[in-house]
Design a protein around this ligand. Structure first.
Ligand code: FES
Length: 383
């Protein structure tokens, strides 16, 4: 009878074998899984990036270490899978990061072929390991430092830097900032024309969560200089005064280039219910040779309200010479000598500074804003 008694050790081995068998999943005929060379598969609740190259299959987690991009929707780059969101790379078989970043790895899954079918073992061979990355300075908590009201002027007009021309919108912006200083505010002038920054490259169009804060470009490209605008808008400034010329009935091209890159600020509301801009004031200076002031102002008001800004009474000043005017050389002389426009710019600065004082001193609720923005409801992601 003793021979029929199964020892504890053998029983445990059998149990482990059964458990291990349960971890293997048949993915189907291996031949059919070779093309495309990279795909994502979800088995039960495990998402894997399955690849095939040079006669060998590889299976790693489908979830990128960075912010969760779907690796199986990326591309094969040598022996690596390149994430479709921000191009991080992981070895397609081992899950290790690129040379120099091997320890930043995603789980690897074992594969075998039996009877012509490809099997994957959902018990990972290696565990995920994220290397700590130093946080970008912009990602720090938004907290207003003590001090006087701070006014940021943003010039959006484009011009030849070596041979600058007179800009009516810049002129009125400088007048406004000077008046803000006279009121005791600190000021900072940023000319977009002086900054080298890339166009928004549509990370949001890949996936809402691919558009990160700070901006994906800012995090990846140290030469991109829009970080100065983010720093001023999100962290430093209490008042943002944006000046734009009218170009064919719209704000300037540099304005839109900046606005597109601001999607990462608004997107924090979409994906994280997090308003980076609170208790800040925006106002606008709009000048042009011909009409369409209200359309340009309407866009700017709508856009900056989506970011979280509030507005002073009568939040913009504007000037055009009208639909039929083409004598722009006279426009320069007009703006330069117009005391009405100078006074208007000064009073816009006053209204903006005083509104900031009200907002900050009036102690608006510090509680979390509930579903801010146009959606006013939780956002659901379907993966
Ligand atoms: S590189 Fe993969 S999510 Fe950013």
């Amino acid at each position: 009878m003793a021979g029929k008694v199964i020892s504890f050790a053998v029983k445990r081995q059998l149990e482990l074998r059964i458990l291990s068998d349960q971890d293997w999943h048949n993915l189907g005929p291996a031949e059919t899984l070779k093309d495309p060379a990279l795909r994502e598969l979800t088995i039960e609740r495990t998402a894997i990036a399955l690849s095939y190259k040079d006669g060998r299959f590889g299976a790693i987690s489908n979830v990128c270490n960075h912010v969760g991009g779907p690796l199986g929707r990326g591309m094969i780059d040598g022996d690596y899978v390149k994430c479709p969101w921000h191009n991080y790379k992981f070895h397609r078989v081992t899950g290790f990061g690129e040379p120099g970043f091997e320890d930043d790895r995603v789980p690897q899954y074992e594969l075998k072929i039996e009877g012509g079918n490809l099997y994957v073992n959902l018990r990972p061979v290696t565990q995920r390991n994220k290397l700590p990355h130093p946080p970008h300075p912009l990602s720090r908590a938004v907290k207003r430092e003590e001090g006087p009201i701070r006014v940021v002027g943003i010039s959006t007009t484009a011009m030849d830097q070596k041979n600058p021309r007179y800009s009516t919108s810049d002129k009125l912006l400088e007048t406004a900032l000077e008046h803000a200083r006279n009121l005791g505010a600190q000021t900072l002038l940023i000319k977009l024309n002086d900054l080298k920054f890339r166009n928004c490259e549509g990370y949001y169009s890949k996936a809402a969560r691919a558009c990160t804060w700070p901006c994906s470009i800012t995090q990846m490209d140290k030469t991109d200089e829009l970080d100065r605008v983010y720093e001023a808008l999100v962290h430093w400034g209490d008042v943002i005064m944006v000046a734009t010329p009218i170009r064919w009935g719209a704000a300037s091209s540099l304005y839109y280039k900046m606005a597109e890159r601001m999607n990462c600020v608004q997107n924090q509301i979409t994906i994280g219910d997090k308003a980076l801009i609170q208790n800040k004031v925006a106002s606008f200076i709009i000048t042009g040779g011909q009409d369409n002031v209200q359309d340009v102002a309407g866009h700017m008001l709508g856009f900056f309200s989506e970011l979280g800004f509030v507005f002073p009474p009568f939040p913009y000043i504007a000037h055009t010479r009208g639909w039929s005017a083409e004598d722009m050389e006279n426009n320069i002389a007009f703006v330069e000598t117009s005391s009405d426009l100078q006074e208007g710019a000064k009073d816009l600065a006053r209204r903006s500074v005083e509104t900031a004082q009200l907002v900050l001193g009036g102690k608006l609720s510090k509680e979390r804003i509930v579903h801010p923005g146009r959606k006013a409801q939780p956002i659901h992601f379907k993966s």
